[in-house]
Design a protein around this ligand. Sequence first.
Ligand code: SF4
Length: 381
Amino acid sequence: MIPERRSRRIRIRDLAVGGDAPIAVQSMAATPTTDVAGTLRQVRLLEAAGADLIRVAVDSKRDVEALREIRAETDAILSVDLQENYRLAELVAPLVDKLRYNPGHLHHHERDKSIEDKVRYLVEVARAHDCAMRIGVNAGSVAPEYKERFGGDHIGAIVQCAADHCAMVDAEEFADYVVSIKDSDPKVVIDANLRFHEMRPDVPLHLGVTEAGMPPDGVIKTRIAFEQLLSRGVGDTLRVSLTVPFDDKGMEIAVGRELIEDIAAGRFRSVPPNFFDGLNIIACPSCSRVENTAFIELAEEVKRATEYAADHDLTIAVMGCRVNGPGETDDADLGLWCGPKQVHLKRGEELVGAFGYGEVIARLRDELDALIAAREAAPRS
Ligand code: SF4
């Protein structure tokens, strides 16, 4: 049930992606990169689970030095997430096989330099070190110029951003790249990837539902997107993003392979039309930026403590760091983003306060109760 794919075949070291190559399954280390032993453990655990490609993130020169130590200890095919500091590319490219940049993060540094010049720099670095690239568009960090141009047309903004960046990379005559367009809503992932694929069927796609959250909901959301995309021949590599304890990260690979096998065999699982009704908890899968590993337990505790509100159409977002946490919680009714010792609780875009890990759940429930009461008191239109 997975038809022939129309994308071109690219190479990430000796891994073929796209065209008639098998769909590659990948994941990411959830630990701070400077925790060399912990990150190596993640790499080995993911390799043992059958990962084709493993991503780590770098934010600083300290991360680069840690990555150097990690590279010396493993032969795994490594991809690096450049996060906001794209200038680190020239330092990490000799150590990895693929560079991922986020078009929504290129404006943070060297503001007087054009986006085209920054992309040209990244391509030159990738080419010099025989790295592939990923243009990784994320709904939580849309580049400001696309927000302005597209206003409320969120999908139009992320699709056009991806297409424009492909044109910039094409202009440098560089072909070994993939594109990802991710969102926490599987319906947006389906729509955006289909629209992009219509425009650029030649570009291999990396699929994922970001911040899908904890199993089983995180698996179901991912399955919804992958069934609709892979069955149309859209998608060449994928990542299942789950909020699970670090030692269980191999689950992301196992679930990814199972989804591919099921879809190839025609074993589709439909979901009832009301699957998206009620309380929606989104949670990040953790990465090198996570500030306190208690974040995973907190996400699980949020799920347990809010079960009583399951029938209410509300979204709670739980994020693991101060860098992406504040922005990625803006669209949720209630958001929590975690620092080293405190968790910041938000109501929409407004900060309610910062609380200890042990006290935030009670405050979250107070806010949730108040939201539910306010909705029930509001006159019905
Ligand atoms: S929210 Fe922060 S910790 Fe979580 S995946 Fe995103 S960058 Fe990593």
